[in-house]
Design a protein around this ligand. Structure first.
Ligand code: ADE
Length: 285
């Protein structure tokens, strides 16, 4: 099963970027996921290829036009519907194996002209979520990443300028997602983050090494600290318990460190974790 990703952006050359190397790059080459970077500007319908306009009501910046976005999203949905839902992409697919070094703007499977616009993207691809990356969105969580990674793929829409015309969200059932309380210059880095988080969870992408860690994070706790040789570095030593060989003691120490670090660094997570523990204890009674 190939996880299909389409990214709608004004900068397709930013993809696959860091996702073309290491684990994600190898998985892309192996057909475990596919990527289409779609140029939003290809869906403008005037001779200047205009994608943005001034905000209604005045103010600074520019707003991405709803009609252009809608055509780009419809195209992506249609493109996904035409791709077989499972199995490897053919060797001629936009990003596959040896193609990784090609100029990224050569990506994409077509333009608005080829597809012919029209229609709320539906058909078989109706289950593929469309997500706009925006600081106004719902914060991304590991739970949402898991849901996405378990699905057929995702269409990501990257904003620039002041943002999106609000009507696109209801008009095309677009979910708004933020990757943190920071403002990026566009949604592209956020899209890369979201994809990276999904791809590492795809079957066969990471070894068994990741599964335990995932569980501990979904426990609602930060992971315990790690050490490796040398035993002493600039006067700092590895905690003795980690050299004891007593696995029960090590597990207990790690659990305590996880809890302490979560409490100090992420009081928000800690409160939720404690609340969940209390609830499961009372439910067990
Ligand atoms: N675009 C700009 N800032 C963003 C953020 N924090 N999350 C997602 N997309 C963004």
């Amino acid at each position: 099963m190939t996880f299909q990703a389409a990214v709608l952006t004004l900068y397709p050359e930013m993809f696959p970027g860091p996702l073309g190397v290491s684990l994600a790059g190898r998985a892309l080459g192996e057909g475990k996921w596919s990527l289409d970077a779609v140029q939003i500007r290809d869906f403008a319908n005037d001779k200047h290829r205009t994608v943005d306009d001034t905000p209604a009501g005045g103010g600074a910046g520019m707003v991405l036009k709803v009609d252009v976005l809608a055509r780009a999203i419809d195209h992506a949905r249609e493109m996904m519907a035409q791709t077989p839902p499972s199995g490897l992409l053919p060797d001629t697919s936009p990003l596959h194996g040896e193609d990784l070094v090609d100029p990224p703007h050569a990506m994409g499977r077509g333009t608005a002209d080829e597809v012919g616009g029209g229609g709320v993207g539906g058909g078989g691809a109706g289950t593929i979520p469309v997500i706009a990356l925006t600081p106004r969105g719902k914060p991304l969580t590991q739970a949402r990443v898991r849901e996405l990674a378990a699905g057929p793929g995702v269409i990501l829409v990257c904003g620039r300028f002041e943002g999106f015309d609000e009507r696109i969200f209801e008009g095309r059932q677009v979910e708004e997602v933020s990757v943190g309380d920071i403002v990026l210059s566009g949604g592209e880095c956020a899209a890369l983050m979201l994809l990276d988080a999904c791809i590492r969870l795809l079957p066969g992408v990471m070894g068994a090494a990741s599964s335990g860690h995932e569980e501990s994070f979904e426990n609602g706790l930060l992971e315990y600290p790690h050490y490796t040789r040398p035993q002493e570095w600039e006067g700092r030593t590895i905690p003795q318990v980690l050299r004891s060989g007593d696995h029960a003691k090590i597990a207990e120490w790690r659990q305590r460190q996880s809890e302490e670090d979560t409490r100090l660094r992420r009081p928000d997570l800690w409160e939720r974790h404690v609340g969940a523990r209390v609830q499961s204890a009372s439910g067990a009674r």
